[in-house]
Design a binder for this molecule. Structure first.
Ligand code: 5RP
Length: 222
């Protein structure tokens, strides 16, 4: 069951949490398992504080008794645990199906260590099949869409706005041959505020498949 694997991956990553840590909480259904399990550990004495990458995760954490600090007042996070839509053996990931990738990238960058938790369906040989979300200033929506189309994407505008009040463009590429080059191209488009390519942020991943958890460490990549 996918949900069992999400829970197993979350519980495995929880083993990295220590007393006194400031923990970054990602966003999504896999992180929901993490937050529940972390709340249980806090109830039985684990002494941590958290910052959240979305309003939904902050609310979920507070609901299970985790102290959540305002990230706007924080410069360093000890350990962030987050989900992913795709992750490969190089620890390249696509994130943002849940729309939180801009805050997730900021919190990941502030973190001493960032780990991804995922069920086996997220593990891919090479990232690129998933839609790549791009958060855009609504003022720049058409302009950024045209730039993404020029890079080869089919672009759709997602309904609703992000926690930051911006729009999300979902960019679908046939393949992403050079993720680093694509990330640099999107980073250079004015009005594109953030995207879901995480190429250097992830230090490790816990991937659970059929009840078996595998940890991939950046230093041990094959
Ligand atoms: C949200 C994300 C999520 O972590 C990602 O979409 C995975 O979500 P889920 O665990 O529900 O599959 O990047 O912005």
């Amino acid at each position: 069951m996918v949900d069992d694997d999400k829970r197993l991956a979350a519980e495995a990553a929880l083993g990295e949490v220590r007393d006194g840590m400031l923990v970054g909480l990602g966003t999504g259904s896999t992180v929901a398992f993490l937050i529940r399990a972390l709340g249980e550990r806090v109830r039985t004495g684990l002494d941590i504080e958290a910052v959240a990458t979305s309003i939904a995760s902050a609310r979920a954490a507070e609901a299970v008794g985790i102290r959540v600090r305002d990230f706007a007042e924080v410069a360093r996070v000890d350990l962030t645990i987050d989900g992913a839509d795709e992750i490969d053996a190089q620890l390249h990931a696509i994130k943002g199906a849940g729309g939180a990738m801009l805050r997730e990238k900021v919190v990941a960058a502030a973190s001493t260590r960032m780990v991804v938790i995922a069920d086996g369906s997220k593990r891919v040989a090479a990232i690129g099949a998933a839609k790549l979300p791009v958060e855009v200033l609504s003022f720049a929506r058409r302009f950024v869409t045209a730039r993404l189309e020029a890079l080869g994407a089919a672009v759709t505008v997602r309904d609703g706005v992000t926690d930051n009040g911006n729009l999300i463009l979902d960019a679908r590429f046939d393949t992403i041959a050079d993720p680093a080059a694509l990330a640099a191209e999107i980073d250079a488009v004015p009005g594109a505020l953030g995207h879901g390519l995480f190429l250097r942020e992830v230090d490790a991943a816990y991937v659970a498949d059929g009840g078996v958890v595998t940890r991939i460490e950046r230093d041990q990549r094959g």
